[in-house]
Design a binder for this molecule. Structure first.
Ligand code: PGA
Ligand code: MG
Length: 233
C-alpha cells in the first residue's frame, strides 16, 4: 500500500481525468451541440481544458469560445464573451442529449485505474465516486468498463445542491459510511478535488495526467501525487 493510504478506511475517487479519459466523447457531444446552433466547433484539445466543473460550465466555456471565434473582427471582445441564458440552456440540452446517446465509446480507462480499484476492493475498503458530471451518466460509463459493482456510493454534480470544490459531497460520503473525514482519502486530477478534499478534512491524493486547466495539480498542495493509480496498491 502507498504511504498515503495509512489508516485510510474509505477511498473516494473523482471520475473524469482521474479514472477515465472521457474527453473524446465529451468533445464530440460539445461539438455536435455547437454545430446545431450554427457555431464553430472546439475540438478535443480545446475541450480538454474545460472539463471539471460540470456540464453547464463546460457548455458556458464552449459558448464563450465559439462566440469569440465567430465574432466579426473589431467587435468588442468583452461583449462577445457574454453568454445569453437561453442560448446556454439550448446548448446544454443539446450537449446532454448527444452525450447520452454515446457517453463512452471513445472513453478509456487510464492505465492503473482497474488495478487500483480491484486492489482496494480486495483489501476490503469501501469505494465512493464523486464527480461533477451529471449523475445520469455515471452508471452507463461504469457499466461499459464492468466497474459498476466496485463503488458502494456514486454522486454526480447534480446529486446534491453543492458540487466540488464545495466539501458537501465528500462530507455526505463520509457520513454515509460513518467514517471520520480524517480516515477518508479523496483522489482527483484537479484543484477542485483537492480543495473539496481539504475543506472536508479528507486526506488528498492527486494524479498529474488529467484536466487541471494547464496548472500542475501538485501546486494545489495534495498530501501526495501518484503518476499511476496502480501505485496505490
Ligand atoms: O466536469 C465534469 O463533468 C467532470 O468532472 P469530474 O472531474 O468531477 O469527474
Ligand atoms: Mg476530474
Amino acid at each position: 500500500m502507498h504511504p498515503v493510504m495509512k489508516d485510510i478506511r474509505l477511498v473516494t475517487f473523482d471520475l473524469d481525468g482521474t479514472l477515465i479519459d472521457s474527453v473524446p466523447d465529451l468533445a464530440r457531444a460539445v461539438d455536435a451541440a455547437l454545430l446545431e446552433l450554427g457555431l464553430p466547433t472546439a475540438g478535443e484539445a480545446t475541450v480538454r481544458d474545460w472539463v471539471g466543473n460540470g456540464s453547464l460550465v463546460l457548455m458556458e466555456r464552449a459558448l464563450r469560445h465559439a462566440i469569440t471565434e465567430s465574432a466579426p473582427s473589431g467587435m468588442d471582445r468583452k461583449s462577445s464573451h457574454e453568454v445569453d441564458a437561453d442560448l446556454l440552456a439550448r446548448a446544454h440540452d443539446g450537449f446532454l442529449s448527444h452525450y447520452a446517446k454515446d457517453p463512452a465509446s471513445r472513453t478509456r480507462l487510464y492505465p492503473g485505474s482497474r488495478e487500483a480499484l480491484d486492489g482496494l476492493r480486495a483489501h476490503g475498503l469501501p469505494l465512493a465516486l464523486v464527480t461533477n458530471k451529471p449523475a445520469a451518466f455515471i452508471a452507463p460509463i461504469l457499466e461499459g468498463f464492468g466497474l459498476q459493482d466496485h463503488f458502494s456510493l456514486c454522486l454526480g454534480g447534480d446529486s446534491l445542491p453543492q458540487k466540488k470544490p464545495d466539501p458537501a459531497p465528500l462530507l455526505h460520503v463520509a457520513e454515509h459510511f460513518a467514517v471520520p473525514p480524517r480516515a477518508c482519502l479523496m483522489i482527483g486530477d484537479s484543484r477542485h478535488d483537492i480543495a473539496a478534499g481539504k475543506a472536508a478534512g479528507f486526506r488528498t491524493l492527486a494524479v498529474p495526467y488529467g484536466y487541471n486547466h494547464g496548472e500542475p495539480v501538485a501546486d494545489c498542495g495534495p498530501d501526495g501525487v501518484v503518476e499511476s493509480l496502480a501505485e496505490l496498491v
